[in-house]
Design a protein around this ligand. Structure first.
Ligand code: NOJ
Length: 562
């Protein structure tokens, strides 16, 4: 397998609004990031993926961009950003910027022009259609609820917005749009950025004619996703982008690709196709969703998690590359969702980290994950800020007549604000995030869960992550070894091996508060073994044949085979 720096790297995602506020306005900012770079250096991460910091009216916290070449006022100025990049590079940390080009803000000058008249030169930068029988041009639902179309009075036509109505979709069929995007990418690359995370990049090509989607039971609008996810020209567009821009720089690229299958994942990431380095697949974070989608919540099962992760590990092996993540700014906190955020918070957070970081792919840490931050339960919907959550609440309570408390429970489990509460730096007011009033409340558990406490405790989740990151630097097998699932049918234990030449890793993780027994499969024999990491004290003379695991226990052994 080809070596590459981005395969060996660990990425840390910063959601700037919630990271660290340097000027007391209650909103995280770029100078705040600069202040915390030594912390990231201490953790040992190689790359920062920075969620959008571009000019934006913040309908969707920066994922609605009104100027791609400037910085949002609340976050600082271009000079601050340049200093941040320089300070990152000084510490050997690379910077990956978020690239949001499926849509712009409706306050972007292109859209302001486009909506003026049907023959405006920018009209065709977006997707406009006349209504059909006095209704929207088709029945697609927006990802944030309601119709995906907004009527515009000035010209009497509708524009498409797969997200909020302040996020009109760009028309990638128009070569001028693509040219503008490529030029803008070069603008940032020439400033020295080290790559892009591409927002919903598999939605940029829509099926011509924009056909109606299948109606959904009990819902007003239909899912049109099969007509805009992995659309007919998406690979052509990405290959063009690669030719025109990406291939000219030594960078890393990761596409956010909801609904992607391993087969599609290979099309995006097979190096010989010259598209992207890796994609974020969504199957494992969809295991607790029913046919009704994200808010149709059901329990996930370990059997399904094994199936899904193993499928991705095996199918991309030698053909593409995986991104490994359990949470981000759109997902609930990993320890609350897949672990036990009560009694075994520390053990289960470490177990999940082991489970993820030992797989093949590039691991992503979402801010706060490295100290085991948890979901939050704010008492009132008024405490929530996320547009998706607020729209959903309104729709479910007002239109579908659901019990508000039941809707709040859904938000407690799945809402995006779980991930967006301020980073918990210490046990002072507002968790040390701001001296002002934070834009969203802090999680009340900050007195116990915070960076200061984690740094001071050698057994903390933080120090465990630090060790995992170091191990990756010391053992090629963690990056390049092939993956195989073992003990497939065990209801509590997720165990797998990684193999490279004469070495094998055995990764044992207990996904329960119980005490299951691990038994080494007979066909695994070895000369010597070494314990690389574990989240409990382990007697190193203990054999591998049969292990009584403790709640949420994780161990990694490295075996020499002959
Ligand atoms: C995916 C981003 O991660 C999410 O936060 C955003 O709301 C949508 N794309 C729209 O840009």
């Amino acid at each position: 397998m080809e070596r590459a720096w981005w395969k060996e790297a660990v990425v840390y995602q910063i959601y700037p609004r919630s990271f660290y506020d340097s000027n007391g306005d209650g909103i995280g900012d770029i100078r705040g990031i600069i202040d915390k770079l030594d912390y990231l250096k201490e953790l040992g991460v190689d790359v920062v993926w920075l969620s959008p910091v571009y000019k934006s009216p913040n309908d969707d916290n920066g994922y609605d961009i009104s100027d791609y070449r400037d910085i949002m006022d609340e976050f600082g100025m271009m000079e601050d950003w340049e200093e941040m990049l320089e300070e990152m590079h000084k510490r050997g940390i690379k910077l990956v910027m978020d690239l949001v080009v499926n849509h712009t803000s409706d306050e972007h000058p292109w859209f302001i022009e486009a909506r003026k008249s049907k023959d405006n030169p920018y009209r065709d930068y977006y997707i406009w259609r006349p209504g059909k029988n006095g209704k929207e041009p088709n029945n697609w639902e927006s990802c944030f609820g309601g119709s995906a179309w907004e009527y515009d009075d000035t010209t009497g036509e509708y524009y498409l917005h797969l997200f909020s109505k302040k996020q009109p979709d760009l028309n990638w069929e128009n070569p001028k749009v693509r040219r503008e995007v490529y030029e803008m990418m070069k603008f940032w690359l020439d400033k020295g950025v080290d790559g892009f995370r591409m927002d919903v990049i598999n939605m940029i090509s829509k099926v011509p004619g924009l056909p109606d989607g299948e109606p959904q039971k009990g819902k007003k609008y239909a899912s049109g996703s099969r007509y805009y996810m992995n659309g007919p020209r998406v690979h052509e567009f990405l290959q063009e982008m690669n030719r025109e821009v990406l291939s000219k720089y030594d960078i890393m690229t990761v596409g956010e690709t909801p609904g992607v299958t391993p087969k599609e994942g290979i099309l995006y990431t097979d190096p010989s196709r010259h598209e992207l380095n890796m994609v974020f697949q969504f199957e494992h974070v969809g295991l607790d969703s029913g046919p009704g989608g994200k808010w149709d919540i059901r329990p996930w099962s370990l059997a399904d998690l094994k199936k899904t992760m193993t499928k991705w590990q095996k199918e991309l092996e030698g053909r593409g590359w995986n991104s490994l993540y359990l949470n981000n700014h759109d997902q609930p906190r990993a320890v609350s969702r897949f672990g036990d955020d009560g009694k075994y918070r520390v053990e289960s957070a470490k177990m999940l980290a082991t489970f993820l970081h030992m797989m093949q792919g590039t691991p992503y840490i979402y801010q706060g994950e490295e100290i085991g931050m948890t979901n939050v339960r704010f008492p009132s919907i008024e405490d929530y800020r996320d547009i998706e959550t607020l729209n959903m609440y309104k729709e479910h309570v007002e239109e579908y007549g659901e019990d508000p408390q039941k809707v709040m429970e859904k938000i407690y489990y799945k809402g995006r604000d779980n991930a967006r509460t301020p980073m918990q730096w210490d046990d002072s007011g507002h968790a040390g995030f701001t001296t002002g009033t934070p834009w969203i409340r802090v999680n009340p558990n900050y007195k116990e869960i915070n960076v200061k406490a984690a740094l001071a405790d050698p057994n903390s989740v933080f120090h465990y992550y630090k060790k995992l990151i170091q191990l990756r630097k010391q053992h090629d097998i963690i990056v390049y070894g092939t993956y195989d699932l073992i003990l497939e049918d065990d209801p509590y234990i997720y165990a797998y091996t990684r193999t490279l030449g004469n070495e094998k890793l055995i990764v044992i993780t207990n996904f329960s508060g119980k005490n299951p027994v691990f038994r080494l499969p007979d066909d695994i024999t070895y000369k010597t073994k070494e314990l690389l990491i574990s989240n409990y004290d382990v007697d190193e003379t203990e054999g591998l044949k049969k292990i009584h695991l403790r709640p949420w226990e994780a161990r990694v052994y490295k075996l020499r085979l002959s």
